[in-house]
Design a protein around this ligand. Structure first.
Ligand code: HEM
Length: 489
């Protein structure tokens, strides 16, 4: 009997010790915290947006604080100067992000730019960056313009009744990514869903379970291995891999005239002369998957909300139409790269969409070597996760008066220069900023320009006044229903 009591007490004390050691982490460091141990396990109730916004509010009076992801402590940054420091000046302490270090041979994430580490990342980034130069953007412009024109034809054929734009925008962004990255026409605007479209959607399904898996695999890779958990949809991954391999095979040894990323990477894999690192086929496939995952959903989100705001704000829509129409009329009814770049209101409008609805709601870094936080006694230990809360900063009234109001005037030259530039972070900042910021802006603007040039967009009975967001992205759960009326030519 006595020995049982001793055993129970001993187990209790050990558990208590372990609990205190883990959960008093921030207290021991003297850092304010929001104890959010279980929110990552409860993502069907909380979106990343609500989770991050609660942390931001709770740590209101602090430059930074502690929070938790799946029982692991995470440093949560609020102060813009510190964010700047970590993104740029002290970047060498924060080069890496989260990784998914499983032993799964087929897993592409290890090879993706987004999850590569340190020198390996730098080398790959140098290889891929020229693919996003202005010259390449001009070439991609033609490709996106052609997708947008086919998209307008599709919308003309459907506009007798209200259109659901989460679905419709998905067709445009899928067409753009299929052609610009994979080098294929995925027939997105046909009556029947093609295999590419179906598999692409499956690959991008960020349900609460998928988000949970993502965090779980990165925090507990060994357990994930044991249970055979993967980050992405396995069938979709296999299908998309085969698409890339087939295109690469069909182009082998052929000098083509392709404007897509696959071609840029293929050219690199055949240029071995200058001792430069060459991409293997496996690495090329991984980058295609990375661009697909990072690029299609995010642009779709911006475009859904941009269309929604155009419908809600007819005066803004009219101003945008006027600007686009004047620009296109000067060019015989065509949109050109230069006229589009000169459209100031279009730029302001898109910037405000990215401010109010940032598709990537937080940036992340993992501390590479101990980092003494300037002006404090706190040292960020090597290995700790750091979160930069993009959504809450974009909605902080300190930087953005009436943050819930949609107002492109925030992005006039004068207003921009009067504001701390680090209060606007849709693409992150510094050497590890989004590699495709300009690509995204070009694809978004082309679509909006054609949309206002072709249609008057308005709300309808089915338009939800307060849409609910998905868990990982800001997409509306129930879609966005709007009416389109063709403009008279
Ligand atoms: C509106 C659209 C997009 C938004 C808002 C967006 C936002 C972001 C953000 C916030 C980051 C993290 C930056 C940081 O950690 O500092 C990022 C990284 C990245 N994005 Fe985007 N992105 C968009 C579109 C795209 C597209 C179209 C592609 C590919 C074609 C892409 C590829 C990437 C890649 C590869 C990275 C990782 C870069 C690296 O680690 O070096 N993104 N993006």
């Amino acid at each position: 009997m006595l020995s049982t009591i001793i055993l129970v007490v001993a187990v209790f004390l050990i558990l208590r010790f372990l609990y205190n050691r883990r959960f008093n982490y921030w207290k021991r460091q003297g850092i304010p915290e929001r104890p959010s141990y279980f929110e990552a396990y409860n993502l069907n109730k909380h979106s990343v947006m609500t989770w991050d916004s609660k942390n931001y509010e709770a740590l209101k009076d602090h430059k930074f604080g502690g929070m938790w992801e799946m029982l692991y402590p995470v440093l949560y940054l609020r102060d813009l100067d510190l964010i700047k420091q970590i993104f740029i000046k002290d970047f060498h302490h924060f080069v890496n992000r989260r990784t998914f270090p499983t032993n799964n041979e087929k897993d592409h994430t290890k090879l993706m730019l987004s999850f590569r580490e340190t020198d390996d990342w730098k080398e790959l980034r140098n290889i891929l960056t020229p693919g996003f130069s202005t010259v390449k953007m001009r070439r991609l412009f033609t490709l996106f313009d052609s997708c947008a024109k086919r998209y307008m034809d599709y919308l003309h054929s459907k506009c007798d009744s209200p259109i659901e734009f989460r679905n419709a925008m998905g067709k445009y962004t899928m067409a753009c990514i299929a052609e610009s990255v994979f080098g294929i026409d995925c027939h997105a605007f046909g009556e029947h869903q093609t295999e590419f479209f179906k598999m692409g959607k499956a690959y991008m399904d960020f349900s609460p379970w998928r988000v949970f898996k993502l965090m779980f695999v990165s925090n507990y890779p060994k357990v994930a291995d044991f249970f055979g958990l993967n980050v992405f949809h396995q069938d979709a991954d296999t299908y998309l891999t085969k698409v890339v391999e087939d295109v690469l095979r069909s182009r082998k040894g052929v000098k083509g005239n392709h404007n897509d990323f696959l071609e840029i990477m293929r050219e690199n894999s055949e240029e071995q002369e200058h001792g430069q690192k060459v991409l293997s086929e496996h690495e090329i496939v991984a980058q295609c998957m990375n661009f697909f995952a990072a690029g299609s959903d995010s642009i779709e989100t911006v475009l859904i909300w941009a269309t929604y705001e155009l419908a809600k704000n007819p005066d803004m829509q009219q101003r945008l139409y006027k600007e686009v129409n004047e620009g296109m009329t000067k060019n015989g009814g065509e949109l050109t790269f230069d006229t589009m770049t000169d459209m100031e209101y279009l730029d302001m409008f898109v910037s405000e969409c990215l401010r109010k609805y940032p598709p990537t709601m937080r940036a992340e870094r993992r501390c590479l070597k101990d980092y003494p936080v300037p002006g404090t006694k706190y040292v960020v230990p090597k290995g700790l996760f750091v979160h930069i809360p993009i959504y809450p900063i974009h909605h902080d009234p300190m930087y953005w008066p009436e943050p819930e109001k949609f107002d492109p005037e925030r992005f006039t030259k004068e207003n921009k220069s009067a504001r701390n530039q680090y209060s606007y972070l849709p693409f992150g900042y510094g050497p590890r900023t989004c590699i495709a910021g300009r690509y995204s802006i070009v694809e978004t603007k082309i679509c909006l320009a054609h949309l206002v040039q072709n249609f008057v967009i308005s709300t309808c009975e089915k338009t939800e006044p307060k849409p609910i967001y998905f868990h990982l992205s800001l997409k509306p759960v129930n879609g966005t229903w709007l009416s389109l009326k063709p403009r008279k030519r």
